[in-house]
Design a protein around this ligand. Structure first.
Ligand code: SF4
Ligand code: SF4
Length: 383
């Protein structure tokens, strides 16, 4: 049996969604996707359609988040929650290698990189862009073996956004809300009518086509394609926030002494939430964990944050002692020097850092405040 062609479009009835999930498992994938836990929509294992957040939506704001019931039974009727997919490709805590004492020295064994093939179900356009950003970090130069292995066995099932949150600004960052053709293995658009609940399915890659083998589909009608386009266009026109990114690199890099850094520092708690929730932040630290006998030592990597004092600890203490310097570092790297380093912005406009900041610091507001004082006049600061 062969699946549909790459580039083709189909309709999948809501009633056939369990058959789609079963097909993913039959093709060897463990499915992870949105689910409701602890009053939030977070990512977790999906075994049956009832594991999805049926009839729930979320209301992210600056420093606030809640979920509430929708008037319909949408499976993907939310925006983005506190989790990002990076937790599956770049785990928060990961053993890198183990060394064991032998007769004369140590034998070092790298951590095995095998594991389950994962199907990420419900990836938003901004989150696909975030995975691409992390690909440049972990696969460019010297590839990270664990990330590369996990990435190679990943299936990305995108779901187009049918609504924008108050904190969304993917249009400003050029990352959404529409999923570009072939940016995902499969792209779904959920369409809910009084008489019918169904999905437009777009096949992006051969692997996306393969997992559709045996799933009941019918060719997409023109009206379905139009309805899907209209939904994404409506989402694009209802973004909750915007950010003017013109000349943003120089705007931030050339103003290390701008008074706004001190203003934001009066609110910032250096709690690190923004970096942990961000789907692109990738800074880490490593720890050696020896046994008491000294016979064995493990090296672990865990997420770190440029907001901690220890992140820049040198012989004479932390290089960034003030909160202002740490916030400036984060924002300037994310929006400005990331371009120098990786050829793109480090921000995809998902809004998580705004929502999960306990004091509601909003990077779109900070950029606007710095821009409001006019173009930078000082010479380029040393980097
Ligand atoms: S900086 Fe904020 S808005 Fe941008 S990608 Fe990270 S969490 Fe999302
Ligand atoms: S900006 Fe907000 S989330 Fe980030 S470290 Fe400061 S207080 Fe925490």
């Amino acid at each position: 049996m062969s699946g549909p062609e790459v580039g083709s479009r189909h309709e999948l009835e809501r009633g056939a969604f369990p058959a789609f999930l079963a097909s993913l498992e039959r093709h060897g994938y463990s499915v992870v996707g949105p689910t409701v836990r602890d009053q939030a929509i977070v990512y977790g294992e999906i075994h049956r359609v009832e594991d999805l957040p049926i009839g729930w939506t979320d209301r992210p704001g600056a420093g606030s988040y809640r979920i509430e019931r929708r008037a319909d039974a949408a499976l993907f009727g939310y925006n983005v929650g506190p989790h990002s997919w990076k937790r599956y490709l770049y785990p928060a805590h990961e053993r890198l290698w183990t060394a064991e004492r032998d007769a004369s020295s140590f034998t070092v064994r790298p951590e095995p990189t095998d594991g389950p093939a994962l199907a990420l179900l419900g990836v938003r356009a901004c989150e696909l862009a975030a995975i691409q950003v992390q690909d440049r970090v972990f696969l460019g130069g010297a590839p990270d073996p664990g990330y590369r292995a996990r990435r190679q066995r990943l299936l990305r099932i995108a779901v187009q956004c049918g609504q924008a949150a108050a904190t969304c600004f993917c249009v400003s960052m050029g990352t959404g809300p529409g999923v570009a053709p072939a940016a995902a293995d499969l792209a779904l658009t959920e369409l809910i009518r009084p008489e019918r609940h169904y999905f437009l399915v777009e096949v992006g890659t051969p692997e996306g086509a393969r997992v559709l083998e045996g799933v009941p589909l019918r060719p997409a009608a023109v009206e379905t394609e139009r309805a899907a386009e209209a939904l994404v266009a409506a989402t694009a026109s209802s973004m909750g926030r915007t950010m003017d990114t013109s000349g943003i690199r120089d705007l931030l890099v050339l103003q290390p002494e701008h008074p706004r850094w001190e203003v934001v520092a009066r609110r910032c708690l250096s709690c690190t939430n923004c970096t942990l929730a961000c789907p692109t932040c990738f800074c880490s630290t490593t720890e050696e964990v020896p046994t008491l006998s000294g016979e064995r030592v493990e090296r672990w990597r865990r997420w770190d944050s440029c907001f901690t004092l220890g992140f820049t600890e040198l012989h004479s203490g932390s290089a960034r002692r003030s909160t202002a310097s740490r916030y400036r570092q984060w924002l300037t790297h994310k929006l400005a020097t990331w371009h120098d380093q990786f050829g793109s912005s480090g921000c995809v406009g998902c809004g998580r850092c705004i929502t999960w900041c306990p004091v509601g610091i909003d990077l779109t507001e900070e950029v606007a405040a710095i821009r409001a004082t006019g173009p930078p006049a000082t010479p380029e600061a040393p980097r």
